[in-house]
Design a protein around this ligand. Sequence first.
Ligand SMILES: *Cc1c(COP(=O)(O)O)cnc(C)c1O
Length: 355
Amino acid sequence: MRYTGLIEKYRDTLPVSDDTLIISLGEGNTPLIKLENILCEMGTHVELYIKYEGLNPTGSFKDRGMTMAVTKAVESGSRAIICASTGNTSAAAAAYAARAGIKAFVLIPEGKIALGKLAQAMIHGSTIIQIKGNFDDGMQLVKDVAEFAPVSIVNSINPYRLQGQKTAAFEIIEELGYAPNYHCLPVGNAGNITAHWMGYTEYHEMGKSDSTPIMLGYQAEGAAPFVKGARVDNPETIATAIRIGNPQSWDQALKLSKDSNGWFDCFSDKEILATQKMLTEKEGIFCEPASAISVAGALRDIKSGKIPDGSSVVCTLTGHGLKDPDTAIAQCDQSAMINVNPTLNEVKKAILDHM
Ligand SMILES: *Cc1c(COP(=O)(O)O)cnc(C)c1O
């Protein structure tokens, strides 16, 4: 059978009926890639896999939730959706609204959106409302305005979003044949870590895996409410996708972290960028800064022995590196660009000098 997206594939576990009109762009079914060079250099026997969610239709895992949220919004007769976003939710909302033929309104923090995400929200024809405030301010405004305007909220407080996102865990269990010992994720609103835990526990209860993973959540130092144990007023980090001080899935994430025997930790922007670059240079995998934090976390905890030798670990790479070209270019050595005249000699010399 051919599947066109995750709702078709996993419809038995999702809140849809035979009559539901499915709004899909063929999301899900992303690659699980085993890291080789980095682990080999470390000399560890941990097996570390990357779930490359940047290969979803709009370049982030948000598509998994958005196919469900927009499908259910259309089913309920909604003609417009709204979200607050650090970027990827707005890109996904804009694309799925276009697919469904309905309107999307997106609230974004002025000047704090990665270029690729802004381009997506604009080109898909959503109405962009820029606010002089951060994501947390935008989220509150969306909740307030939705009481008065005929719009469906498609942020991760919409329960259908997490239903769609839980399918990432299903795919991992199906591909590995078991649940990993550890699962590492970047944490912003904590919707995705909550959705993964839902997926893992559902499959465990259905007898499709023997165990559930220990869930590890990583945050940026300047936006680390789970590490500090309290909300953060002015979150700041170069990893704009997780620049969030007041996580919407706070209670769920604290509970699943405890239930799974997991932990939270945080990283500086410098460490985040170094990991992003290492993944591109040593493994050929390009993710956005926020995504790299899951690998930074896994590697630190493998080195320290918190994740013991012999474990299997999956890291979710939440978004594609092309989302944020400015940050990628800024952190590269500009002298790696060699300027020459268009002659055979100069090009030959440039190659020989750099072998
Ligand atoms: C949304 C997002 C996150 C954070 O996910 P939450 O569900 O808010 O914790 C992390 N990385 C990227 C790239 C994102 O777009």
